[in-house]
Ligand binder design. Structure first.
Ligand SMILES: [Zn+2]
Ligand SMILES: [Zn+2]
Length: 260
């Protein structure tokens, strides 16, 4: 399975408009430090799949890819705004797997065009080409579903947005044993958890509970990136900041490798 992180921030992408925060200043000077809203692309056996579509320019990034469909976590704009232009694509409709939400970004369902909506229930297993897809509940309003993506080669979970994990999701993931996860890490360590988003303390607990080979941090912003820069030893082995637009090859445990 090939994996490419296309967006690793939330709505507060980097650089933030008009911000003089050191992280935004650095992102303006060095394009490799820019971070876009939530979006990842996975590919296996000539089938390409988006996990969220938070980038408005996602169509440009997919132009030469064998794109087949989208898995949506929830209908906050930083996860679906790329669907607004993508729905007017030329060619056949493509499936968009998403939770039930009648009001979130309702214009997308009023004017679906090429978006072939497939409303899904938690833990419903979906066969999609070489992928087996399983949505899992997350702690985030409105209804939010993480996505477990499996091929014969690897298991990867996209878990954003969330604060902690629901008991049933944690139990499912423990049994499923992902090779790698990517998870909401909006905040530096906090005294008390935020109700809608993880802080680093919660993420490190989940990493210890699931023991994937790699845990990537998502929904990044100025504050968490600055905190991590000031605490360079805060991330244990196996927990990492993702690099955008640098394709990875995911294969089973013990063999997670960077594609050169
Ligand atoms: Zn978000
Ligand atoms: Zn959200």
């Amino acid at each position: 399975m090939q994996l490419n992180f296309l967006g690793t921030s939330g709505a507060k992408s980097l650089p933030l408009f008009r911000s003089q925060h050191p992280q935004s200043v650095a992102a303006r000077q060095d394009p490799s430090r820019r971070r876009h809203p939530s979006c990842a692309y996975v590919e296996a056996e000539g089938w390409g799949l988006l996990l969220d579509a938070g980038r408005f320019d996602v169509g440009e990034l997919l132009e030469d890819k064998p794109f087949r469909g989208v898995c949506v976590t929830h209908f906050h704009p930083d996860h679906v705004q790329g669907l607004f232009p993508l729905r007017w694509a030329a060619g056949e409709p493509f499936p968009v797997f998403a939770p039930q939400d009648e009001v979130g970004c309702a214009d997308l369902t009023t004017w679906s065009s090429r978006l072939d909506w497939r409303r899904v229930e938690p833990f419903q297993t979906i066969d999609f080409g070489p992928f087996v897809l399983t949505p899992v509940p997350l702690n985030h309003e409105p209804c939010c579903l993480g996505w477990c993506v499996e091929t014969p080669a690897a298991r990867f979970a996209w878990l954003t947005d969330t604060s902690g994990l629901p008991t049933e999701t944690l139990a499912y993931l423990r049994g499923w044993q992902p090779d790698a996860i990517a998870i909401d890490c909006t905040y530096p360590p906090r005294e008390t958890p935020h109700p809608a988003h993880n802080d680093l303390t919660q993420v490190l607990r989940i990493h210890a509970q699931l023991a994937p080979e790699t845990t990537w941090l998502l929904h990044l912003n100025e504050a968490i990136l600055q905190w991590l820069e000031e605490h360079p030893d805060a991330l244990p082995e196996g927990v990492a900041l993702p690099v955008e637009n640098q394709p990875l090859s995911l294969i089973h445990r013990g063999n997670l490798t960077l594609k050169s």
